[in-house]
Design a protein around this ligand. Structure first.
Ligand SMILES: O=P(O)(O)OC[C@H]1O[C@H](O)[C@H](O)[C@@H](O)[C@@H]1O
Length: 552
């Protein structure tokens, strides 16, 4: 048994499960102050968690559990640069990257703020040079297109943010992303580009990731295939990495390399030079606004009491719904078109962080940890999977995210969009019972036999938990705060579950096997030490390719 489950608050929460499952969420609103108690405004974001099966006593016990897990002490340990990534023996300091207060942050006795600020300054100088046309391509032409080559944490953050803040872009730079090793992606991106005007940002913390290295090589070949000589690489390639040796071996000079550090996890790295494409696309000032928003949220997380602390609230609703009530997936549903890629971004952030099954000591945990994060734009989801949310027999807690002001106002659209936001959260909680269905259908003149036949199909049980997040407006600063809010949620959950949220050993085995398998596919000689299924599938693939004459 893990120690966490022995804590008095954990045990008290266990006792509350039955009541929570039997009490309709709607009945909790008999307390006229419920909305005021369970909503708060932080950094232009209104967060409402009142539509959760959490009564006052449960909420207090959840807070108590966080305290009994030394949440505040462990939060301070993160901000103070202690090695909380225990399996890799590293600090976890994405918060230092956006420390706009510039107070010192020590890692192993060394203040890291000077190196962070130095790198930010290099980014600013470079971004301004590219955007103002002082940095030009090898043939003297202005750079018009930036292609970020990276995957996972070296792709999802910049990809999501540039999409979210498109209305803030000034059209000086077009931005493109290549992450997949499927040749179609890079082929499609390169097809429309003029090599004389392209800047490639090769983003890889390790600079060993196979997909990224393959795409970078293809990009370099493409550049060389134009009339350029090899010196062109210097003007058309920059790198972001913590592995200077590998960057040099690839042929990118040190002065064209932006640094990141081992205490920045890939999925928390958009605040570092991994954010270079964001700054190139939007301008450095907007990038700084993004950092400022995240810093503001950091201050809130550090300084506000746990009872009124937004990241705590998000984390505790998930903890209760998932670990205690057994609702193990969570939908992220933006009603804000620019946040189209937000659920994909959070999928990596949360699932790679908290998809773990042993505690920090390596002992198997006897409870469910990270949720399955999924979702897409809510309004599109309504016409696809909301049936499941309303009437499926698995309950999926959901976060609804919308804005007061549209990023791109078009007459008559925004109220319609948000009417759906409110309607869906209301329907998910309140549902509709047999009496109301009967009344409805009777008013429509349906025969009573038909009504009774249809009633079970039309009942919505309701009682589906949701959080609502309403932004004033999706600005760079508010987006920074929103991302940091979820980052801290992840940290809190990992702390209570007593897992290491900052490693990702689970992605290694597949990578190693792929490396071993590749030569077999290339040579056509499939080894017989694979399991039977895999060997036969590989053999089929090799044989089919031979038969179509497509062995490369
Ligand atoms: O930045 P890189 O070193 O290329 O890593 C890119 C990504 O790939 C890895 O497999 C990890 O799962 C991710 O956490 C990481 O963000």
């Amino acid at each position: 048994m893990s120690a966490v489950t022995q804590l008095p608050a954990w045990q008290a929460l266990q006792q509350r499960i039955e009541t929570a499952l039997e009490t309709p969420i709607l009945s909790l609103f008999d307390d006229p102050e419920r909305f005021d108690k369970y909503s708060l405004k932080v950094q232009n974001i209104l967060l409402d968690i009142s539509k959760n099966p959490i009564d006052d006593d449960t909420f207090q016990q959840l807070l108590e559990l966080a305290r009994q897990c030394d949440l505040e002490k462990r939060r301070d340990a993160m901000f103070n640069g202690e090695h909380i990534n225990v399996t890799e023996d590293r600090a976890v300091l994405h918060t230092a990257l956006r420390n706009r207060g510039h107070s010192p942050v020590y890692v192993d006795g060394e203040d890291v703020m000077p190196i962070i600020e130095h790198e930010l300054k290099r980014m600013r100088v470079f971004v301004n040079a590219v955007r103002k046309g002082r940095w030009r391509g090898h043939s003297g032409k202005r750079i018009t297109d930036v292609v970020n080559i990276g995957i996972g944490g070296s792709d999802l953050g910049p990809r999501m943010v540039t999409q979210a803040l498109k209305p803030y872009a000034d059209d000086q730079i077009n931005i493109h992303f290549v992450s997949n090793v499927d040749g179609m992606e890079i082929a499609n991106v390169l097809k429309g580009l003029n090599p004389e005007r392209v800047l490639f940002v090769v983003a890889s913390k390790t600079f060993t990731t196979s997909e990224t290295m393959t795409n970078a090589q293809t990009a370099r070949n493409w550049l060389m295939a134009s009339s350029f000589d090899s010196r062109a690489v210097a003007q058309h390639f920059v790198a972001v990495s913590s592995n200077a040796v590998a960057v040099k071996a690839f042929g990118i000079k040190l002065e064209n390399t932006f640094q990141m550090w081992d205490w920045v996890g890939g999925r928390f790295s958009l605040w570092s030079a991994i954010g270079l494409p964001i700054a190139l696309y939007l301008g450095f000032k907007q990038f700084e606004e993004l950092l400022q928003g995240a810093h503001d949220m950091d201050l809130h997380f550090r300084n506000e009491p746990l009872e009124r602390n937004a990241p705590m609230w998000l984390a505790l609703t998930t903890l209760w719904n998932s670990t205690f009530l057994g609702r193990h997936s969570q939908a992220i549903l933006p009603y804000d078109w620019p946040l189209k890629k937000f659920s994909a971004y959070l999928q990596q952030a949360e699932m790679e962080s908290n998809g773990k099954s042993v505690d920090r000591n390596g002992d198997i945990v006897p409870y469910t940890t990270g949720s399955i994060i999924w979702g897409q734009l809510g309004i599109d989801g309504q016409h696809a999977f909301y049936q499941y949310l309303h009437q499926g027999n698995t309950i999926v807690p959901a976060d609804f995210i919308g804005s007061v002001e549209s990023s791109t106002p078009v007459a008559g659209h925004h109220e319609k969009l948000m009417a759906n936001f409110f309607a869906q959260t209301e329907a998910l909680m309140c549902g509709i019972n047999a009496d109301d269905v009967r009344r409805d259908l009777t008013a429509k003149g349906m025969s009573s036999a038909n009504i009774e036949r249809l009633i079970p199909h039309k009942i919505h049980q309701g009682n589906r938990p949701t959080n609502s997040l309403i932004l004033d407006h999706l600005s760079p600063r508010t987006l920074g705060a929103l991302i940091a809010l979820y980052e801290h949620k992840i940290f809190i959950l990992g702390t209570i579950w007593d897992i290491c949220s900052f490693d990702q050993w689970g992605v290694e085995l597949g990578k190693t096997l792929a490396q071993n398998i590749l030569p077999e596919l290339q040579s056509g000689d499939v080894r017989d030490d694979h399991d039977d299924s895999t060997r036969n599938l590989m053999q089929y693939f090799v044989d089919q390719r031979k038969s179509i004459g497509n062995m490369e």
